[in-house]
Design a protein around this ligand. Structure first.
Ligand code: NAD
Length: 505
């Protein structure tokens, strides 16, 4: 990795991007962005206060009529240019994302950044394909058609685990559909969201269409959700904060889209390809250090394969190389912060009383001691109702439990409040078919776990939220459908007026 651009120089003007200009926040509170691999401060910036949110919403409101009135082709062209700018900046984006999150540079280079570029290209095309039922004379006497219209100013709130991709998932469908937006990234990881917004400006997307306020949840976040000029709230984050956001958004009668927590099951039937399941489980559990809402967190393995699976996963986890995120040889970086690492360790430590920590369960020492590292961890034989099986841990921790019948496996897979993603592993098409029908989650993978694509929707069932990111389905979130009905009879006294006037019609 040769890239060493100076974050402090890049964001010297501030970390609020409002009406096309970087500026400092006005909250009066400074915030440090910390490299979790070393604990060192990368940058310090002034957090957004409520006045900054108000200014950003005002900028988005001013930009709305022009952007909503642009032709789909004009918006599409701008998004195609945006994808090209992002491609050119790929190395900088990967570097900044790795630096602020501790993600291995292989992950940011091969997943976060290309995924974001592809998403941008997808929405450039999708901007010209808004769906609706065809116009027609459904009543016999009228012609009806639908208009799919933008909603207005969207207020989006994003988490720290995939800051660049979350900015893309929120911003792209909103602006492709003609909305303008104010995004609040997590205050600990604002850098790539700001770079994304500036790249949009470079691509010619008008100032004010995309604004970023880097602030804390309770003030900037709540102001954005409750703002009277914000027509829609799109939130990705924990279920606990999502509930609070939902309350504020509902009180102000806003369109609401919630992408919340997950606790994805990984269901292995006894005819599965064991090697594939073992590799899939380790990769699926450790992606982004397990800080992934769809990460494999609960493996249920049918009894005949159970011990071999446990041994295989533990052995493979022990080969994973922890290290400097900027070193291409590193498989696993630190977690997002020391506080979060300690929270993850707490779950594992409490599980020791009733379950078996097969591997991991500790922070590494030596050169990695200063970072927020935690070893890949496998916890076997925990009870289904225990905390480690039920709660979202958001770290490199996989719980594994045995099951006997297929019925039991599917019941266990469904037995948490969440429903974001799941996978089932088998060579039997009837077993996998049943899993796809009966697992209650927004995504079910068969013989794989994690891949996502721009064309397909991502979103939860149950406590994982509602609404979809990515794909054509996200236009359902970011547009409103208007029915337009024309009378074709030119008759003053319509047949249906009899319901009012009776025989006097
Ligand atoms: P979080 O809920 O703590 O914070 C998410 C965002 O909400 C941050 O920007 C934060 O500043 C803001 N926030 C906090 N309090 C707020 C308030 N009172 N009002 C308004 N905004 C507020 O989540 P996190 O720790 O940043 O991220 C991890 C969580 O995100 C996990 O639960 C994970 O499953 C979830 N997640 C879900 C998806 C999905 O697609 N379903 C994707 C990524 C992450």
């Amino acid at each position: 990795m040769t890239n060493r651009f100076q974050v402090r120089d890049r964001f010297a003007d501030g970390a609020q991007f409002i009406a096309g200009r970087l500026r400092p926040g006005t909250s009066g509170r400074a915030h440090a962005v910390v490299n979790p691999a070393t604990g060192e401060e990368i940058h310090s910036y002034e957090l957004a206060g409520t006045a900054d949110v108000d200014a950003a919403v005002a900028a988005a409101r001013t930009a709305f009529p022009g952007w909503a009135g642009a032709t789909p082709a004009a918006r599409s062209d701008a998004l195609h240019r945006f994808a090209a700018v992002l491609s050119r900046q790929a190395e900088d984006l990967a570097y900044a994302e790795s630096l602020q999150c501790g993600k291995p540079i292989r992950l940011t280079t091969e997943f976060d950044v290309p995924g974001t570029v592809d998403n941008t290209a997808f929405f450039a095309g999708a901007a010209r394909h808004l769906d609706g039922v065809s116009a027609g004379e459904y009543s016999g006497d009228h012609t009806s058609y639908v208009r799919r219209e933008p909603i207005g100013v969207v207020g989006s709130i994003a988490p720290w685990n995939y800051p660049l991709q979350m900015a893309a998932w929120k911003i792209l469908p909103a602006v492709a559909a003609g909305n303008t937006i104010v995004l609040k990234p997590a205050e600990i990881t604002p850098l790539t969201s700001l770079m994304f917004a500036r790249a949009a400006q470079e691509a010619g997307i008008p100032d004010g269409v995309i604004n970023v306020v880097s602030g804390a949840g309770p003030d900037a976040g709540e102001r954005l959700v409750g703002h009277p000029d914000v027509a829609m709230t799109s939130f990705t984050g924990s279920t606990a904060v999502g509930r609070r956001v939902a309350g504020i958004a509902t009180a102000t009668v806003k369109r609401l889209h919630l992408e919340l927590g997950g606790k994805a099951p990984f269901l292995v039937f006894d005819d599965a390809d064991l090697e594939a399941a073992v590799h899939g489980a380790v990769a699926g559990a450790l992606i982004n250090g397990g800080q992934d809402c769809t990460a494999a967190t609960r493996a249920y393995v049918q009894r005949p394969l159970y011990e071999a699976f446990v041994a295989g996963v533990a052995g493979l986890m022990e080969t994973v190389r922890l290290g400097d995120p900027l070193d291409p040889a590193t498989d696993l970086g630190p977690l997002i912060s020391h506080t979060h690492r300690d929270r993850v360790a707490g779950f594992v430590d409490r599980a020791r009383a009733h379950a078996r920590v097969v591997t991991g369960g500790e922070a590494p020492g030596g050169d990695l001691k200063a970072g927020a590292y935690y070893r890949p961890t496998l916890v076997a034989d925990a009870a289904q109702d225990s905390e480690i099986v039920q709660s979202e841990i958001f770290g490199p921790v996989l719980a594994v439990l045995p099951f006997d019948s297929d019925d039991e496996g599917i019941d266990l897979a469904n037995d948490t409040p969440y429903g974001l993603a799941a996978s089932a592993w088998s060579r039997d098409v009837y077993r996998t078919g049943r899993a796809t029908r009966e697992i209650r989650a927004g995504c079910v993978w068969i013989n794989d776990h994690i891949p996502i694509i721009s064309e397909m929707p991502h979103g939860g069932y149950r406590a994982s939220g509602f609404g979809k990111d990515m794909s054509q389905y996200s236009f359902e979130e970011y547009t409103q459908v208007k029915h337009v009905m024309y009378d074709n009879t030119a008759v003053a006294r319509k047949d249906w007026h009899r319901t009012i006037f009776g025989d006097r019609c």
